[in-house]
Ligand binder design. Structure first.
Ligand SMILES: C[C@](O)(CO)[C@H](O)COP(=O)(O)OP(=O)(O)OC[C@H]1O[C@@H](n2ccc(N)nc2=O)[C@H](O)[C@@H]1O
Ligand SMILES: Nc1ncnc2c1ncn2[C@@H]1O[C@H](COP(=O)(O)OP(=O)(O)OP(=O)(O)O)[C@@H](O)[C@H]1O
Length: 297
């Protein structure tokens, strides 16, 4: 085998409960992740030295050692004590700096692609542990589906989700920095609990699979901070709430906004209406699978 391509999904947080700042500079979380159908494809090929490229140019993606996919590749090689390298090529389908964890998807995909390319047989526990050292959202990108995230988001536990929904994903032309949003959260919420509570009602609603119940329970503690940093999002939110009062959500640290639909035709109508008003949006099903191999060559 000389080449492996792995596809990894974007994520949203159906619930993002944020607690206090920890000594490691991250916040305690109680979050419910859902993987949704926007994907990056990552291809790994053995090479003399590490490098990363894109199939098409995309603003904001570093093509040097700052790329999290390269950090992932090096971390896996180090874990196995290997002096090997690879060329990593990314086809981006996940918005950059959109709060949908595109970089994390690339890191997860790279771990899996190199594990298969080099036949390393890394255990799932080790892959998840290495993923957690790369970023809070990376373990979930391996797992996919719907899962509870605790710790700083890196401890992932699958939750039963019998729903099958469509998200209208409303994109923003400008990204939002995750550390800046968390930093402003600290200013707004100096009394955040050390450990945010697990959203039991949402977890029960997901097992039941009723989109209306799920829509009622969507929540994101970072929303007030994102609104302050990006006041233009408020108008977008008002427009979306006039279409779906209970199914509107900020994705992660933003600025992407989401509208929940049970019915794909209704979701398509919402996309058409928003597009006609000048918004840039797309459709993504949820939940979907985590990182998985799509091609061996
Ligand atoms: C907003 C979310 O996407 C929700 O799932 C994540 O919490 C962010 O996850 P991520 O981008 O993988 O974040 P990391 O790469 O781990 O951390 C980037 C920065 O985000 C902030 N950060 C991240 C996770 C967390 N639980 N608390 C934080 O305060 C910190 O400033 C950290 O330095
Ligand atoms: N492979 C990558 N793809 C995209 N961005 C990357 C990648 N590697 C590093 N980055 C850097 O990571 C930053 C965040 O990018 P990303 O698209 O993952 O944001 P995000 O979706 O808001 O993340 P999250 O939801 O996990 O907070 C970007 O500013 C970019 O410079």
């Amino acid at each position: 085998m000389t080449q492996v391509t792995v596809r990894a999904p974007a994520k949203i947080n159906l619930h993002l409960g944020v607690g206090g700042l920890r000594p490691d500079g991250k916040h305690a979380l109680a979050t419910v992740y859902q993987a949704v159908g926007l994907y990056d494809d990552v291809t790994a090929v053995e090479a003399e030295s590490w490098s990363v490229g894109l199939t098409e140019p995309v603003d904001g993606v570093p093509l040097d050692d700052d790329n999290i996919a390269l950090r992932a590749g090096r971390a896996l090689a180090a874990h196995h004590g290997l002096d090997r390298a690879a060329r990593i090529t990314i086809a981006k389908g996940i918005p950059v700096m959109g709060g949908m964890a595109g970089g994390s998807a690339d890191a997860a995909a790279t771990l899996l692609a190199l594990d298969r390319l080099w036949d390393l047989q890394t255990s799932d526990d080790d892959l998840l542990r290495i993923a957690g050292t790369l970023g809070s959202d990376v373990p979930f990108a391996l797992l996919g589906g719907t899962a509870l995230g605790t710790g700083h988001g890196e401890i992932v536990t699958p939750v039963e989700d019998t729903s099958s929904v469509w998200w209208v994903v409303v994109l923003s032309d400008e990204g939002l920095s995750t550390p800046a949003v968390y930093g402003h959260f600290d200013e707004l919420s100096p009394d955040a609990p050390a450990e945010p509570p697990v959203p039991d009602a949402l977890i029960a609603a997901l097992a039941g699979g009723c989109p209306e119940e799920i829509g009622d329970l969507l929540a994101n503690d970072l929303w007030p901070a994102a609104r302050d940093l990006r006041p233009d999002l408020v108008d977008v939110e008002v427009t979306l709430r006039s279409m779906a009062p209970d199914g509107v959500l900020l994705s992660g640290s933003g600025p992407t906004l989401l509208v929940l639909h049970e019915d794909v035709d209704e979701a398509r109508t919402t996309v058409a209406e928003l597009t006609a008003q000048g918004y840039r949006c797309t459709l993504a099903p949820g939940p979907v699978a985590g990182a998985h191999v799509v091609t061996y060559a």
